[in-house]
Design a protein around this ligand. Structure first.
Ligand code: KG4
Ligand code: ZN
Length: 380
Protein backbone atom coordinates (compact mmCIF):
# COMPACT_ATOMS: atom_id res chain seq x y z
CA UNK A 1 0.00 0.00 0.00
CA UNK A 2 1.46 3.35 -1.08
CA UNK A 3 0.67 6.28 1.20
CA UNK A 4 1.47 9.94 0.58
CA UNK A 5 2.03 11.66 3.95
CA UNK A 6 1.76 15.39 4.61
CA UNK A 7 3.02 17.08 7.80
CA UNK A 8 2.79 20.80 8.67
CA UNK A 9 2.09 20.85 12.42
CA UNK A 10 4.86 23.25 13.44
CA UNK A 11 7.74 24.69 11.41
CA UNK A 12 8.63 21.96 8.93
CA UNK A 13 6.71 21.49 5.68
CA UNK A 14 7.06 17.81 4.84
CA UNK A 15 5.77 15.20 2.40
CA UNK A 16 6.76 11.57 1.90
CA UNK A 17 5.78 8.39 0.12
CA UNK A 18 5.95 5.21 2.21
CA UNK A 19 5.14 1.63 1.21
CA UNK A 20 3.46 -0.64 3.75
CA UNK A 21 4.41 1.44 6.79
CA UNK A 22 8.11 0.75 6.43
CA UNK A 23 9.73 1.29 3.04
CA UNK A 24 10.45 5.00 2.62
CA UNK A 25 10.39 5.82 -1.10
CA UNK A 26 10.89 9.53 -0.45
CA UNK A 27 10.91 11.96 2.46
CA UNK A 28 11.15 15.68 1.75
CA UNK A 29 11.39 18.31 4.50
CA UNK A 30 11.47 22.06 3.94
CA UNK A 31 12.72 23.44 7.23
CA UNK A 32 11.97 26.97 8.45
CA UNK A 33 14.63 26.77 11.18
CA UNK A 34 16.77 29.59 9.73
CA UNK A 35 13.76 31.89 9.61
CA UNK A 36 12.78 31.20 13.22
CA UNK A 37 16.38 31.50 14.40
CA UNK A 38 16.01 35.26 13.94
CA UNK A 39 13.22 35.37 16.55
CA UNK A 40 14.62 32.56 18.74
CA UNK A 41 11.43 30.53 18.33
CA UNK A 42 8.46 29.90 16.06
CA UNK A 43 6.09 32.81 15.33
CA UNK A 44 2.87 31.00 14.28
CA UNK A 45 1.79 33.39 11.54
CA UNK A 46 5.26 33.41 9.99
CA UNK A 47 5.28 29.59 10.02
CA UNK A 48 1.80 29.42 8.44
CA UNK A 49 2.75 31.75 5.57
CA UNK A 50 5.80 29.61 4.83
CA UNK A 51 3.73 26.40 4.79
CA UNK A 52 1.24 27.87 2.30
CA UNK A 53 4.05 28.58 -0.16
CA UNK A 54 5.97 25.36 0.43
CA UNK A 55 3.39 22.62 0.74
CA UNK A 56 2.59 21.86 -2.92
CA UNK A 57 6.22 22.06 -4.14
CA UNK A 58 7.19 19.69 -1.31
CA UNK A 59 4.40 17.23 -2.23
CA UNK A 60 5.47 17.30 -5.89
CA UNK A 61 9.10 16.76 -4.93
CA UNK A 62 8.18 13.78 -2.74
CA UNK A 63 6.28 12.14 -5.61
CA UNK A 64 9.14 12.83 -8.02
CA UNK A 65 11.80 11.46 -5.68
CA UNK A 66 9.68 8.34 -5.10
CA UNK A 67 9.42 8.05 -8.86
CA UNK A 68 5.69 7.39 -8.80
CA UNK A 69 2.76 9.22 -10.32
CA UNK A 70 0.05 10.63 -8.07
CA UNK A 71 -2.40 8.14 -9.64
CA UNK A 72 -0.47 5.26 -8.03
CA UNK A 73 -0.95 6.60 -4.48
CA UNK A 74 -3.47 4.49 -2.52
CA UNK A 75 -4.18 6.96 0.29
CA UNK A 76 -3.28 10.39 1.61
CA UNK A 77 -2.31 10.77 5.28
CA UNK A 78 -2.16 14.10 7.05
CA UNK A 79 -1.30 15.38 10.52
CA UNK A 80 -4.43 16.97 12.05
CA UNK A 81 -3.07 17.64 15.55
CA UNK A 82 -1.60 18.39 18.00
CA UNK A 83 0.23 21.43 16.74
CA UNK A 84 -0.13 25.08 15.83
CA UNK A 85 -3.61 25.68 14.40
CA UNK A 86 -2.46 27.97 11.61
CA UNK A 87 0.30 25.55 10.59
CA UNK A 88 -1.99 22.51 10.63
CA UNK A 89 -4.45 24.25 8.27
CA UNK A 90 -1.97 24.26 5.38
CA UNK A 91 -1.43 20.49 5.40
CA UNK A 92 -5.03 19.59 6.16
CA UNK A 93 -6.53 21.79 3.43
CA UNK A 94 -4.00 20.44 0.91
CA UNK A 95 -4.79 16.81 1.84
CA UNK A 96 -8.55 17.42 1.73
CA UNK A 97 -8.29 19.03 -1.71
CA UNK A 98 -6.02 16.38 -3.22
CA UNK A 99 -8.17 13.57 -1.90
CA UNK A 100 -11.46 15.13 -3.03
CA UNK A 101 -10.20 15.87 -6.54
CA UNK A 102 -8.55 12.51 -7.10
CA UNK A 103 -11.08 10.50 -5.08
CA UNK A 104 -8.37 9.06 -2.83
CA UNK A 105 -8.67 7.63 0.66
CA UNK A 106 -7.84 10.11 3.42
CA UNK A 107 -6.32 9.12 6.80
CA UNK A 108 -5.98 11.68 9.64
CA UNK A 109 -2.91 11.04 11.81
CA UNK A 110 -2.04 12.17 15.34
CA UNK A 111 1.41 13.80 15.21
CA UNK A 112 2.58 12.05 18.39
CA UNK A 113 1.54 8.66 17.04
CA UNK A 114 3.53 9.57 13.92
CA UNK A 115 6.66 10.09 16.04
CA UNK A 116 6.05 6.73 17.75
CA UNK A 117 5.68 4.91 14.41
CA UNK A 118 8.94 6.46 13.15
CA UNK A 119 10.58 3.45 14.81
CA UNK A 120 8.83 1.13 12.34
CA UNK A 121 10.34 2.92 9.32
CA UNK A 122 12.96 0.90 7.46
CA UNK A 123 12.46 -2.04 9.81
CA UNK A 124 10.71 -5.38 9.54
CA UNK A 125 7.55 -5.08 11.64
CA UNK A 126 7.90 -8.72 12.75
CA UNK A 127 11.20 -7.87 14.49
CA UNK A 128 9.49 -5.47 16.90
CA UNK A 129 8.22 -7.21 20.01
CA UNK A 130 5.33 -5.88 22.10
CA UNK A 131 4.70 -4.40 24.61
CA UNK A 132 6.61 -1.38 23.33
CA UNK A 133 7.14 1.64 25.56
CA UNK A 134 8.07 4.83 23.71
CA UNK A 135 9.38 8.07 25.10
CA UNK A 136 8.57 10.70 22.53
CA UNK A 137 10.04 14.10 23.34
CA UNK A 138 10.13 17.21 21.20
CA UNK A 139 9.50 20.93 21.34
CA UNK A 140 5.76 20.49 21.75
CA UNK A 141 5.29 17.28 23.69
CA UNK A 142 6.95 14.91 26.12
CA UNK A 143 5.07 11.65 26.48
CA UNK A 144 5.55 8.07 27.64
CA UNK A 145 3.26 5.88 25.55
CA UNK A 146 2.61 2.15 25.78
CA UNK A 147 1.66 -0.01 22.80
CA UNK A 148 0.58 -3.21 24.50
CA UNK A 149 0.23 -5.29 21.38
CA UNK A 150 -0.16 -4.90 17.64
CA UNK A 151 -3.84 -4.01 17.79
CA UNK A 152 -4.38 -2.16 21.07
CA UNK A 153 -4.78 1.58 21.27
CA UNK A 154 -1.78 3.61 22.48
CA UNK A 155 -1.93 4.27 26.21
CA UNK A 156 -0.54 7.48 27.70
CA UNK A 157 1.59 6.60 30.76
CA UNK A 158 3.05 10.04 31.50
CA UNK A 159 3.35 13.54 30.09
CA UNK A 160 4.90 16.85 31.03
CA UNK A 161 3.21 19.12 33.54
CA UNK A 162 4.78 22.21 31.95
CA UNK A 163 7.60 22.49 29.39
CA UNK A 164 8.48 19.65 27.01
CA UNK A 165 12.13 18.55 27.02
CA UNK A 166 12.79 20.08 23.58
CA UNK A 167 11.19 23.33 24.70
CA UNK A 168 13.54 23.37 27.70
CA UNK A 169 16.52 22.81 25.35
CA UNK A 170 15.33 25.72 23.20
CA UNK A 171 14.76 28.08 26.16
CA UNK A 172 18.03 27.23 27.89
CA UNK A 173 19.92 27.70 24.61
CA UNK A 174 18.47 31.22 24.49
CA UNK A 175 19.57 31.87 28.10
CA UNK A 176 23.08 30.74 27.20
CA UNK A 177 23.21 32.96 24.13
CA UNK A 178 23.17 30.00 21.72
CA UNK A 179 20.87 29.83 18.69
CA UNK A 180 17.65 28.06 17.66
CA UNK A 181 16.77 25.19 17.70
CA UNK A 182 18.49 24.71 21.01
CA UNK A 183 18.80 20.91 21.18
CA UNK A 184 21.49 20.32 18.55
CA UNK A 185 23.53 23.36 19.68
CA UNK A 186 23.42 22.45 23.37
CA UNK A 187 24.45 18.90 22.48
CA UNK A 188 27.41 20.20 20.49
CA UNK A 189 28.54 22.74 23.08
CA UNK A 190 28.05 20.29 25.99
CA UNK A 191 30.82 18.09 24.56
CA UNK A 192 33.31 20.77 25.61
CA UNK A 193 31.86 20.99 29.12
CA UNK A 194 32.22 18.78 32.17
CA UNK A 195 29.33 16.42 32.71
CA UNK A 196 28.39 16.31 36.39
CA UNK A 197 27.42 12.65 36.03
CA UNK A 198 31.00 11.99 36.98
CA UNK A 199 30.39 13.61 40.35
CA UNK A 200 30.52 10.84 42.93
CA UNK A 201 28.27 10.83 45.94
CA UNK A 202 28.34 8.38 48.82
CA UNK A 203 25.12 6.67 49.85
CA UNK A 204 22.63 9.31 50.90
CA UNK A 205 25.32 11.90 51.56
CA UNK A 206 26.24 14.03 48.60
CA UNK A 207 29.90 14.97 48.52
CA UNK A 208 30.97 18.50 47.71
CA UNK A 209 30.39 19.14 44.04
CA UNK A 210 33.78 18.59 42.42
CA UNK A 211 33.61 21.25 39.72
CA UNK A 212 32.50 23.89 42.19
CA UNK A 213 35.22 22.92 44.64
CA UNK A 214 37.91 23.56 42.06
CA UNK A 215 36.51 27.00 41.37
CA UNK A 216 34.60 25.59 38.40
CA UNK A 217 31.02 26.05 37.34
CA UNK A 218 28.20 24.91 39.64
CA UNK A 219 26.48 22.78 37.00
CA UNK A 220 24.83 19.97 38.96
CA UNK A 221 21.26 20.95 38.21
CA UNK A 222 18.12 19.69 39.95
CA UNK A 223 15.90 16.93 38.62
CA UNK A 224 12.12 17.00 39.06
CA UNK A 225 11.41 13.36 39.91
CA UNK A 226 7.92 14.16 41.21
CA UNK A 227 8.49 11.84 44.15
CA UNK A 228 6.49 12.36 47.39
CA UNK A 229 8.23 14.87 49.69
CA UNK A 230 8.69 12.46 52.61
CA UNK A 231 10.63 10.07 50.35
CA UNK A 232 12.74 12.83 48.86
CA UNK A 233 13.58 14.38 52.24
CA UNK A 234 17.12 13.22 52.84
CA UNK A 235 18.60 13.15 49.39
CA UNK A 236 19.64 15.59 46.75
CA UNK A 237 18.06 15.06 43.34
CA UNK A 238 21.09 13.25 41.84
CA UNK A 239 21.16 10.74 44.69
CA UNK A 240 17.39 10.35 44.44
CA UNK A 241 17.82 9.25 40.82
CA UNK A 242 20.38 6.63 41.83
CA UNK A 243 18.04 5.27 44.49
CA UNK A 244 15.11 5.15 42.09
CA UNK A 245 17.12 3.16 39.56
CA UNK A 246 18.43 0.82 42.24
CA UNK A 247 14.82 0.09 43.27
CA UNK A 248 15.38 1.60 46.71
CA UNK A 249 12.58 4.14 46.25
CA UNK A 250 9.23 3.97 44.47
CA UNK A 251 8.40 6.58 41.88
CA UNK A 252 4.81 7.68 42.09
CA UNK A 253 4.59 9.62 38.87
CA UNK A 254 5.67 9.06 35.29
CA UNK A 255 4.95 12.69 34.52
CA UNK A 256 7.68 15.21 33.84
CA UNK A 257 8.47 18.82 34.70
CA UNK A 258 11.21 20.90 33.12
CA UNK A 259 10.22 24.49 33.86
CA UNK A 260 11.91 24.50 37.29
CA UNK A 261 15.14 23.32 35.67
CA UNK A 262 14.97 26.13 33.14
CA UNK A 263 14.38 28.66 35.95
CA UNK A 264 17.36 27.27 37.85
CA UNK A 265 19.59 27.73 34.80
CA UNK A 266 18.30 31.30 34.51
CA UNK A 267 19.14 31.92 38.18
CA UNK A 268 22.68 30.57 37.80
CA UNK A 269 23.30 32.44 34.56
CA UNK A 270 22.14 35.82 35.88
CA UNK A 271 24.98 38.27 36.28
CA UNK A 272 27.55 35.77 34.96
CA UNK A 273 29.85 36.40 32.06
CA UNK A 274 28.96 33.92 29.34
CA UNK A 275 32.48 32.66 28.71
CA UNK A 276 32.96 29.61 26.49
CA UNK A 277 33.81 27.46 29.51
CA UNK A 278 30.83 28.64 31.55
CA UNK A 279 28.40 28.06 28.67
CA UNK A 280 29.87 24.61 27.90
CA UNK A 281 29.69 23.49 31.54
CA UNK A 282 26.13 24.79 31.99
CA UNK A 283 25.06 23.10 28.73
CA UNK A 284 26.61 19.82 29.95
CA UNK A 285 24.92 20.16 33.35
CA UNK A 286 21.55 20.96 31.81
CA UNK A 287 21.74 18.10 29.30
CA UNK A 288 22.79 15.72 32.06
CA UNK A 289 19.75 16.65 34.17
CA UNK A 290 17.29 16.18 31.28
CA UNK A 291 18.88 12.90 30.17
CA UNK A 292 18.90 11.56 33.74
CA UNK A 293 15.15 12.16 34.23
CA UNK A 294 14.04 11.02 30.77
CA UNK A 295 16.11 7.81 30.80
CA UNK A 296 15.28 6.89 34.41
CA UNK A 297 11.51 7.36 34.01
CA UNK A 298 11.53 5.45 30.72
CA UNK A 299 13.35 2.55 32.36
CA UNK A 300 11.12 2.45 35.45
CA UNK A 301 7.94 2.64 33.37
CA UNK A 302 9.24 -0.16 31.10
CA UNK A 303 9.74 -2.35 34.17
CA UNK A 304 6.32 -1.52 35.61
CA UNK A 305 4.47 -2.19 32.35
CA UNK A 306 6.63 -5.21 31.44
CA UNK A 307 7.71 -3.76 28.11
CA UNK A 308 9.94 -5.90 25.86
CA UNK A 309 11.27 -2.90 23.95
CA UNK A 310 11.96 0.73 24.80
CA UNK A 311 11.94 3.27 22.01
CA UNK A 312 12.98 6.89 21.72
CA UNK A 313 11.22 9.22 19.30
CA UNK A 314 10.72 12.93 18.58
CA UNK A 315 13.32 15.64 18.03
CA UNK A 316 15.05 15.09 21.39
CA UNK A 317 15.69 11.44 20.48
CA UNK A 318 18.38 12.72 18.12
CA UNK A 319 20.42 13.52 21.24
CA UNK A 320 23.37 11.11 21.48
CA UNK A 321 23.82 11.49 25.23
CA UNK A 322 20.18 10.47 25.75
CA UNK A 323 20.56 7.53 23.36
CA UNK A 324 23.69 6.32 25.11
CA UNK A 325 22.09 6.51 28.58
CA UNK A 326 18.90 4.72 27.50
CA UNK A 327 20.92 2.08 25.66
CA UNK A 328 22.96 1.47 28.81
CA UNK A 329 19.85 1.11 31.01
CA UNK A 330 18.12 -1.10 28.42
CA UNK A 331 21.17 -3.37 28.26
CA UNK A 332 21.28 -3.68 32.05
CA UNK A 333 17.56 -4.53 32.16
CA UNK A 334 17.68 -6.96 29.20
CA UNK A 335 15.35 -4.84 27.05
CA UNK A 336 15.62 -4.10 23.34
CA UNK A 337 16.37 -0.45 22.62
CA UNK A 338 15.51 1.30 19.39
CA UNK A 339 15.54 4.81 18.05
CA UNK A 340 14.56 5.89 14.53
CA UNK A 341 16.69 4.31 11.77
CA UNK A 342 17.77 7.78 10.57
CA UNK A 343 18.27 11.07 12.44
CA UNK A 344 15.89 12.70 9.97
CA UNK A 345 13.07 10.47 11.27
CA UNK A 346 13.51 11.89 14.80
CA UNK A 347 12.57 15.47 14.00
CA UNK A 348 9.35 16.36 12.20
CA UNK A 349 8.92 14.57 8.87
CA UNK A 350 6.10 13.12 6.80
CA UNK A 351 7.46 9.57 6.44
CA UNK A 352 6.42 8.92 10.04
CA UNK A 353 2.89 10.22 9.23
CA UNK A 354 2.54 7.98 6.17
CA UNK A 355 3.98 5.10 8.24
CA UNK A 356 1.52 5.63 11.11
CA UNK A 357 -1.37 5.85 8.64
CA UNK A 358 -0.52 2.37 7.38
CA UNK A 359 -0.85 0.96 10.90
CA UNK A 360 -4.10 2.85 11.48
CA UNK A 361 -5.36 1.33 8.23
CA UNK A 362 -4.11 -2.16 9.11
CA UNK A 363 -5.83 -2.12 12.48
CA UNK A 364 -9.14 -0.82 11.17
CA UNK A 365 -9.78 -0.97 7.46
CA UNK A 366 -12.62 1.56 7.57
CA UNK A 367 -10.70 4.38 9.23
CA UNK A 368 -11.05 6.63 6.15
CA UNK A 369 -12.74 9.99 6.24
CA UNK A 370 -14.09 12.33 3.56
CA UNK A 371 -12.80 15.49 5.14
CA UNK A 372 -10.24 16.16 7.89
CA UNK A 373 -10.42 19.10 10.25
CA UNK A 374 -7.64 20.33 12.51
CA UNK A 375 -7.45 19.49 16.21
CA UNK A 376 -4.59 21.59 17.71
CA UNK A 377 -5.03 20.19 21.24
CA UNK A 378 -5.39 16.53 20.18
CA UNK A 379 -4.28 14.06 22.86
CA UNK A 380 -2.73 10.67 22.18
O1 KG4 B 1 9.93 16.62 16.76
P1 KG4 B 1 10.42 17.99 16.46
O2 KG4 B 1 11.12 18.21 15.16
O3 KG4 B 1 9.25 19.03 16.49
C1 KG4 B 1 8.22 19.07 17.42
O4 KG4 B 1 7.29 18.24 17.29
O5 KG4 B 1 8.34 19.90 18.33
O6 KG4 B 1 11.35 18.40 17.68
C2 KG4 B 1 12.02 19.61 17.72
C3 KG4 B 1 12.65 19.74 19.10
C4 KG4 B 1 13.29 21.09 19.34
O7 KG4 B 1 12.87 21.57 20.60
C5 KG4 B 1 14.79 20.78 19.33
O8 KG4 B 1 15.54 21.64 20.17
C6 KG4 B 1 14.83 19.35 19.82
O9 KG4 B 1 13.67 18.75 19.25
N1 KG4 B 1 16.03 18.66 19.36
C7 KG4 B 1 16.98 18.18 20.18
C8 KG4 B 1 18.01 17.67 19.36
N2 KG4 B 1 17.64 17.85 18.06
C9 KG4 B 1 16.42 18.44 18.07
N3 KG4 B 1 17.06 18.16 21.52
C10 KG4 B 1 18.17 17.64 22.08
N4 KG4 B 1 19.21 17.17 21.37
C11 KG4 B 1 19.18 17.15 20.01
N5 KG4 B 1 20.20 16.67 19.31
ZN1 ZN C 1 7.12 16.59 16.31
Amino acid sequence: MLILGIETSCDETAAAVVKNGSEVLSSVVASQADLHAETGGVVPEVAAREHVGAVMPVVKKALKQANISFQKVDAIAVTYGPGLASSLFAGVVTANTLSALANKKLIPVNHILGHIRANWLERKASEIKYPVLTLTASGGHNDLVLLKDKKSKPKLIGETNDDAAGEAFDKVARLLGLGYPGGPIIEKVAKFGKSPSFAKTTEGRPQPQPLLKKGGVDNILPRAWLVPKDKARNFDSVELGRRLRAGKLALNSFDFSFSGLKSEVRRRVQGKKLTKKFVADMAAGFQDSVVDVLATKLLLAAKKFKAKEIHLAGGVSANKALRARVQQYAGEAGLTFRCPAKFSYCTDNAAMIAGAAYWIFSNSKNKFVKLVNINPGLAI
